[in-house]
Design a protein around this ligand. Structure first.
Ligand code: DGY
Length: 320
């Protein structure tokens, strides 16, 4: 790496972490999340070697084309990279890094929070507490459904899917999974593989989405219809994988008994009909939002920039 490489960040960073970045790079740091156009304008001005960006900043081919030639690396503080056109970046000689592994546990924990929150009707109970809990629920009022022992079907058995499976086993949940490729026996364990998603869906009392986005809508009206009546649907992966109109219909008909969602087609400014539905439990894309995990994500992203600018290939380079 040259003595003082420079980077531009699109996101505000806490002072203690900023000091660590400043020890490595000349650094342009904003006090709020910047839009893509703002980052491009700053890049024009400062001619940085790298960009440190986050999930909320789309970097499409037209944005890549407008970046100055000085930019050699873009690191995103997310494992998901569907907001970046990797092929377009690589075609301009720009390496892209992400943050695999370090957010697996936090995201799987959030996934279980969504499952439990949806199954136990947590939203209604939280509203009751917000309203000072004026009347006691009747014995048969406000009931959820058990999670323990229900069969969970996982779509996407990568790191996060497997971490969700580990947690679900603690709830004595039989695990089914659908994945592009079958896992090796040691990773698969007692989970049952389905090559065809359509064949797995009718067995899923809980359906769990844990696959990367950027591959179009997976959960269509037709696929929701294949679930057993009352299935619980949990998505902490990407909102783009779900036809939200179809999900709303399934929530209304009872085909889906409850849904726990951390991700939405539009973020922020999601379709609030999903919150109007009584049988949902929603969070604002906080899958990885713990102090430990976000710190580790930032460090991994910054480490990726440092390694690339030093002429190395770190393990967190995204490959197409
Ligand atoms: C990611 O890193 O892609 C997650 O969605 C962030 O929570």
């Amino acid at each position: 790496m040259t003595a003082r490489a420079s980077i531009i960040a699109s996101l505000p960073i806490p002072p203690d972490l900023r000091d660590r970045i400043e020890a490595l790079f000349d650094y342009v740091a904003p006090d709020r999340h910047l839009r893509t156009d703002e980052v491009i304008a700053l890049a024009d001005l400062h001619q940085p070697d790298g960009l440190l960006v986050s999930l909320g900043m789309p970097i499409r081919a037209e944005h890549i084309a407008r970046l100055p030639g000085s930019v050699k690396v873009i690191a995103t503080t997310s494992v998901g990279h569907d907001h970046i056109d990797i092929a377009a970046a690589n075609a301009r000689g720009i390496v892209v890094c992400n943050t695999p592994d370090v957010l697996t546990d936090a995201t799987a924990d959030t996934h279980m929070l969504l499952l439990l929150g949806a199954a136990r009707r947590a939203k209604a109970h939280i509203r009751n507490m917000d309203g000072a809990w004026k009347t006691r629920n009747g014995f048969f009022q406000g009931l959820g459904v058990d999670v323990t022992g229900k069969t969970m079907g996982i779509v996407g058995m990568g790191r996060i899917g497997r971490a969700v499976a580990d947690r679900a086993r603690g709830f004595r949940m039989p695990i089914l999974y659908h994945n592009r490729t079958r896992l090796s026996a040691d990773l698969e364990g007692d989970a049952r593989y389905f090559e065809a998603l359509e064949e797995m869906l009718p067995h899923c009392q809980v359906l769990s989405l844990n696959l990367p986005g950027g591959q179009g809508v997976l959960m269509t009206r037709e696929r929701f219809a294949l679930l057993p009546k009352g299935a619980i649907f949990v998505n902490s992966a990407r909102g783009s994988l779900v036809d939200e109109d179809a999900l709303l219909e399934a929530l209304t008909s009872g085909r889906v008994g409850a849904a726990g969602l951390d991700v939405f087609q539009r973020e922020p400014g999601y379709d609030t009909r999903l919150n109007d539905a009584e049988n949902t439990f929603l969070l604002p894309h906080i899958g990885s939002a713990t102090v430990e995990t976000r710190t580790a994500m930032l460090e991994l992203a910054v480490g990726g920039i440092e390694a690339v600018l030093s002429g190395n290939t770190p393990h967190n380079v995204v490959r197409v």
